[in-house]
Every structure is written in structure tokens, then in C-alpha cells.
Design a protein around this ligand. Structure first.
Ligand code: 8YV
Length: 339
């Protein structure tokens, strides 16, 4: 049956309330199997559709964009990061791209902070030992000693929305706040945090006890925490990553952790292209790594708000308005800033 509702392809299952709202507003095709789609699946599913509702598990590169049916005019990403989409190719093809910023900031910051606490206080290890031994020998003055957070220095890499929200939480735990960002943030951001800006990441890494990565993944930030930079960090330092695996050199991180040249890492994102690296799992068993599977924004509340943002973006676009969360390629933004 033909309908004049916008025709959308949703590449993953979304919360029930969002799916049912979408079904009311749009002619929806949903990937019921909820398995990551291949490029060929996406192209087949998009036949005659106006909108692709994508997620981080869809690789929307220049090649795929070049093959999209002419009917497709909008890529409405369910997510904040859009490193899975070639924004320049989309722009060149006349496609509009939107995302869902802001609504996952606080949840993501909560998780980064939880991981920051879990590492020095050996939270996961403490639970794992009890589950493994099924018994507890009782309290002793020297058992399960971790390290105090208060008084340590946090180095935030990428002081955007999420980095700033993490810094506020860390401040409440008594950490001093340092940050590296492309641009220094205004005093209104820095002052309440007592934050110190570093325009040189290498110099900041030498000073801080915890490094938390909050920059988006771009060509410039790939391996921003490189082997060379990790070598600048204190041996007692920790790394937290809730952003994208490619921000750090995972092989180098593993080597340093194995050699006790870093104290620990909490990774909500890691290379899973050939499964989880067994050396990472061994470190997690030993307690120097905490691993979670891209859960930082995984609250029902965030997912519903993300879904609502997708709906608003689609509706605005289909009604001929500028969608609230439209994204432009970096090149264009830089040109606009210079104009
Ligand atoms: C989301 C994320 O869960 O929004 C992002 O950029 O990294 C996540 O926290 C995921 O991307 C949903 O598409």
C-alpha cells in the first residue's frame, strides 16, 4: 500500500516507545534481526526509502554513499559520534546528515566517572574474586588495597560537552582538572572547575594521573594517545576511554600494562574486529583492565531521547525545515569560521 508518510529504514531495533512512535509517523522498515547490516543489506533495504536511520554499526563510506538510491535524502544517525559516516561524501552527494547530541552527555559522563572510580578502587576485581572463590576470608588491613582518588590529577582530552561533564564529576571527587582541547574553553567553563588548559598534549600527559579520552574520532584524533605519548605518562597512571577504540594505540597500551609501565585502563570501547584481544582479557582477569562493551550511553532514558531527536530531525527535514542537529563536514565549518 502506498502512503505519503516519509519512508525510513531503521538499521537496528530501538526502544519500543520509539519504534511505535516512528510507526505512527513514518512508513518504517526496521531491521528486526537487530544484527549489524552490511553495505549490501543497507542498499537493498533503502530501495525507494527517503531516510536512512543509521547507528554506529553501519559503515556509510563514500562507496556506499555513491550507490545510495536517489530517493534517499537524509541520513539521521541515532548517536552522537558520526565517524561511521563520510560527511564530506554525503555533502558532495547532496545528502543531509543529522545526529543526536547532548541527550547522552550526562549518562556517558556518569560511566566514565564510574570507570575512573572502578580502576584505582579495584571494584570489578573485588567482585570477581568473590564470585570466583565463592567465599571470603574476611577483612584484613592489607587486603585489596587500591589508591585514593582525591588529590590526583585528571587530564581530559577533548573538553566538549562530555569532557566537561566528566570534569565536573571528577572535581566533586577531589581531583584537579587539566584539559587538552583544540581551543581553550572560556573562563565560564574553566573557573568553576579550576581547570588548567594545556595546548600541548604531551606536556599534560607527563603531569596527570588519569587520562580520559573525550574527543570525537577524526583523521586528526586517530591514535591521539599513541605509543610515544603513552611513554610520557607516569607508570602509576590510568587511561579511561568511553569514546572510540581508535583514539588509542591498543597494542601499545597492552604492552605498557603488561610491563607495569601504566597502572590500568578502563575501556568501554576496544578493538573487536577479530574478537576481544586475549591479552586484554588476561589483563582484565588480573585486574589492571576494566572492560565494558560500549555501554557508556546505554540507559533507557538516553536511548528514548536519542530516538526522539531522530524523529524531530526527520520531521523537520521532511517538512522542509533545517533539522536541529544537522552536521556539516569539518572543511565547510572551517571555511564558514574564516568567512
Ligand atoms: C551510542 C556513542 O551508544 O552516540 C555515540 O557516539 O558512542 C554511543 O554512546 C552509539 O553511537 C549509538 O549509535
Amino acid at each position: 500500500m502506498n502512503s505519503d508518510k516519509p519512508k525510513i529504514l531503521v538499521t537496528r531495533r530501538l526502544p519500543a516507545s520509539i519504534e511505535s512512535r516512528m510507526a505512527t509517523l513514518f512508513d518504517c522498515k526496521i531491521n528486526e534481526a537487530d544484527k549489524a547490516l552490511t553495505g549490501a543489506d543497507i542498499l537493498a533495504g533503502l530501495d525507494g526509502r527517503d531516510v536512512l536511520v543509521s547507528t554506529i554499526t553501519d559503515r556509510i563510506d563514500a562507496e556506499l554513499i555513491g550507490k545510495l538510491p536517489d530517493s534517499v535524502r537524509l541520513i539521521a544517525q541515532f548517536g552522537n559520534g558520526v565517524d561511521n559516516i563520510d560527511l564530506e561524501a554525503a555533502w558532495a552527494a547532496g545528502l543531509t546528515v543529522t545526529n543526536t547530541p547532548s541527550v547522552l552527555t550526562e549518562d556517558t559522563a556518569d560511566m566514565a566517572t564510574a570507570l575512573m572510580l572502578a580502576l584505582p578502587r579495584r571494584l570489578v576485581e573485588g567482585t570477581q574474586i568473590l564470585l570466583r572463590d565463592r567465599t571470603w576470608a574476611g577483612w584484613s588491613p592489607t587486603s585489596m588495597l587500591g589508591h585514593r582518588l582525591r588529590g590526583k590529577a585528571l587530564g581530559v582530552v577533548g573538553m566538549g560537552r562530555i569532557g566537561t561533564a566528566v570534569a565536573h564529576r571528577a572535581r566533586a571527587f577531589g581531583l584537579s582538572i587539566h584539559y587538552y582541547s583544540r581551543q581553550q574553553r572560556p573562563l565560564a567553563v574553566e573557573t568553576p572547575l579550576g581547570a588548567r588548559y594545556w595546548d600541548n598534549l604531551d606536556a599534560m600527559l607527563e603531569e596527570v594521573d588519569i587520562v580520559s579520552l573525550h574527543t570525537p574520532l577524526t583523521r586528526d584524533t586517530h591514535h591521539i594517545l599513541s605509543a610515544e605519548r603513552m611513554a610520557l605518562m607516569k607508570p602509576g597512571a590510568y587511561v579511561v576511554n568511553v569514546s572510540r577504540p581508535e583514539l588509542l594505540d591498543e597494542a601499545a597500551l597492552i604492552e605498557r600494562l603488561e610491563a607495569d609501565l601504566l597502572a590500568g585502563a578502563a575501556l568501554d570501547v576496544f578493538d573487536n574486529s577479530n574478537g576481544i584481544n586475549p591479552r586484554l582479557l588476561a589483563l582484565a582477569e588480573k585486574g589492571s583492565v576494566v572492560l565494558t562493551g560500549h555501554m557508556a550511553s546505554a540507559t533507557l532514558e538516553a536511548r528514548i531521547e536519542m530516538g526522539e531527536a531522530v524523529i524531530v530531525n526527520i520531521r523537520a527535514f521532511m517538512d522542509g525545515h533545517q533539522p536541529p542537529h544537522r552536521l556539516l563536514p569539518d572543511k565547510l565549518l572551517a571555511r564558514a569560521a574564516r568567512a
